[in-house]
Design a protein around this ligand. Sequence first.
Ligand code: NCD
Ligand code: ZN
Ligand code: ZN
Ligand code: ZN
Length: 423
Amino acid sequence: MQTLYKNIRIVDDTQDFMGCVLVENGIVTKVAELIDEPAYEIIPAYGLYNSNFIVRDFTGENVVLMPAFTDLHAHFRDPGFTYKEDLESGCATAIKGGYTAVNLMPNTNPVYNSVEQAKEIENKAKELFGITVNQTISMTKDLEGINFSHLKNLKKDEILFVTDDGKGVQDDTVMKQIFEICNEKNITVMSHAEDAKYSATDMRKAENEMTARDIRLNKESRMQNAKSNTANLIFKSNLSSHLHFCHVSTKEAIEMIAQAQKEGFNVTCEVTPHHIFATDEEGNHYRVNPPLRKQEDIDALINAMQNEVVFAIATDHAPHTEEDKEQGAPGMIGLELAFPLCYTKLVRSGFLTLSQLVKMMSTNPSAMMKLNKGKIVKGMNAEFVIAELEQEYIIDVFTMASKSKNTPFDGISVFGKIVETIF
Ligand code: NCD
Ligand code: ZN
Ligand code: ZN
Ligand code: ZN
C-alpha cells in the first residue's frame, strides 16, 4: 500500500517547501516537488480506483505537513492516579496534540523502579494505541532520594533515561554516584532541578542552585569516569549519556547551561510551552513547578532557543483534578496546547522559523529517544502531523481528550490548529 501526500507545504528542521511525500508501508520512500502517480482504473459510479495507491491532494487547503512531535516529558499517572490521566486518555491527548511519541515520568504509584514495569506500559501503548511510549524509571527507589541500588543491575544501553522528576535528588553524594553509574551504562539523567532547602522561600534560588550543583557534579563524575582521559569530557553527541535539564525556567539557569555547553560539556535542556508563553502575572499565578517567571526570563529562554542552547520543547503535561489543584498540586496539562502556544508565541511573532520549532518539538527529541522519526526524509517512519496555521481559534479544554482540565490558558485565542496526526 502506498500513499501520496500531494501539493502540501512540507516542513521539517531543514526543509520548507511545497511538494509531495510518498509513503509505502509506513515508511517514507520519496520526498520531492513532484511525484508521479501510477495508472488508475475507471470504475463506473465510483470513479478512479487503484487498490494499492491512495492520493491525498492538499491543493488549496493551506495546511502544513510536519514530522509528528515527540515529547520528552509527560505525566500519564498510570498506575496510581488514573483518575487524573491513564494510558488511554494520555495517548489520546498526545495524538490530538500531534504527538506520536512521549517519554513518561515515573512519579506514579507504584513508582516505576524497574525495566520490567516500564516494558509493560510501553508494550501496551504500542499494541492498544499505536504510539511510542518510553517509560522512564526512577533515579532513586520510590523517588526517596536515597537508594539507587536498582540502577546497578541495569545492562549497558538497556534504558535511555532515569529521573526523579517532581523532586530531584537532594543529597550531593547520592547524585554524584548516580552520575557515575549512568556514565558507565550510557543513561541520560533528566534533572528536575529544585533545591528543596529553598522551595518554600525562593523558587528561583531553588532552581538556580540545583542547576549549578548538577553541572558541577556531572563534570566531576565525568572526570572520574574518564580517569584522566579528558576526551570524555568533550561534547560528543546529544545522543550519548549526558545530563539533561527538565523544564528550565530562569535566565540564570539557562545561562549556566549555555556556559557549560560552551566549555564543551554534553548537557542539554528542555523548555516548556507555558514557561515561554506567560509570565507569572499573565498566568494569574497558576501553580506549576517551576513557577511561571518574569518577562526577562522568557526573553532569555527565547534567545537560548534561537541559539540552540535549548534542545527540545517538552510539555511537562501534568494532569490534576480540580480538587487536587485546590489543594495546591502544581502542574498543568500541555499536550494539546504545546503546538498552538509555541506557534503563536514563537513563530507567528517572528522569533523562530517553523523549521526551528519543528526541530525542537520533533527532530531533536526524537533523536534523543533514538526513534526513526522527526524528519520527512526517505527511510524514516511516516509519522506526520498536519496543521492549519492561520486559523485563529479559542482554546477550549472541554474539547480536549485529557481527563484533566487544569490549564490557565483555557479561553485564550491562538493560531496553529492540529488537523490530523498520522502514524
Ligand atoms: C509535575 C507533576 O504534577 O507530576 N508537576 C509540575 O508542576 N511540573 C511534577 C514535575 O514535573 O516536577
Ligand atoms: Zn519536574
Ligand atoms: Zn503578582
Ligand atoms: Zn514533570
